[in-house]
Design a protein around this ligand. Structure first.
Ligand code: ZN
Ligand code: ZN
Length: 273
């Protein structure tokens, strides 16, 4: 699997010189296996991916959402392939949504807030639902696991070519969680060749942000170590952090878990899993 991070910022885009190294685009990860493309989330990072795809010519993509908070859908109206004939985009709704996915995406492009209606897009767009039991699309086997987040969110275990990526953004990992929750989380991570995981807060910051639905770095790293994952990519960086702070935090967290291969994801970074 080839994995590219197009958006690694949490909550809201953070353009500017102070964030140019890690980038300021919200959630979007591209996974390629056997010439099939799977896109996880459509934050503003999907815009730049769309520009590359439009340049390359018609292709097929599968898009899966962890949930429908703004930072995971707000790039979609600027995803060029949607506007182009010949492109085929299959969009999977996460399991158990409160409102239908099509309704939410239509609202995001309603006339009051956006110049083009979703119904007027030129691409061949197909809507499907990702059942909790999982789906197979092309070479990808995708399994959904419920997470702890206001309004709900889903982690995805993505398997292809004998490799496993575990995508877990917008999941509150409470350091004081009962053993049962810890065990469930460790079991979910186990076997991942790459764990892409929300590490928005530090342990020090967490008490003031309890219930906001995000990961606690020190705790996530502990769980990942216990789960013996191959490699960890921290993502969904807090919008308050600039490059300097993220660099310092990455160094500190690496020291906490010297046996764990860990990096802070940044926009534009590509890795082979
Ligand atoms: Zn988010
Ligand atoms: Zn969210």
């Amino acid at each position: 699997m080839r994995v590219k991070f197009w958006g690694t910022r949490g909550s809201v885009p953070t353009p500017g010189r102070a964030t140019e190294k890690f980038g300021g685009n919200t959630a979007c990860v591209e996974i390629i296996a056997q010439d099939h493309r799977l896109i996880l989330d459509a934050g503003t990072g999907i815009r730049e991916l769309g520009l590359v795809l439009a340049e390359e010519g018609p292709s097929k993509s599968t898009l899966v959402f962890s949930h429908l908070h703004w930072d995971h859908i707000q790039g979609l109206p600027f995803f060029s392939p949607l506007f182009l004939k010949g492109f085929e985009i299959t969009i999977f709704a996460p399991p158990q949504l409160k409102s239908p996915l099509q309704m939410v995406l239509n609202k995001q492009m309603a006339t009051d807030v956006f110049p083009v209606d979703f119904a007027d897009l030129s691409a061949d767009i197909r809507f499907k639902t990702l059942s909790q039991g999982g789906i197979t699309t092309g070479p990808f086997r995708i399994t959904a696991l419920p997470q702890s987040h206001p309004g709900g969110s889903w982690a995805y275990r993505v398997e292809a070519d004998g490799r496993t990526l575990y995508y877990s953004t917008d999941n509150e990992t409470d350091p004081d969680a009962v053993d049962e929750d810890r065990t469930r989380q460790i079991t979910a991570y186990r076997g991942a060749n790459l764990l892409v995981v929300d590490g928005q807060y530090t342990l020090h910051e967490y008490p003031a942000r309890r219930g906001w639905g995000h990961g606690v770095l020190e705790h996530v790293v502990k769980l990942a170590t216990e789960a013996e994952v191959d490699r960890v990519a921290i993502t969904h960086h807090d919008p308050m952090r600039d490059d300097e702070e993220l660099n310092a935090l990455e160094r500190r967290i690496r020291k906490l878990a010297p046996d764990l291969r860990l990096f802070f994801a940044r926009d534009g970074l590509a890795v082979v899993v």
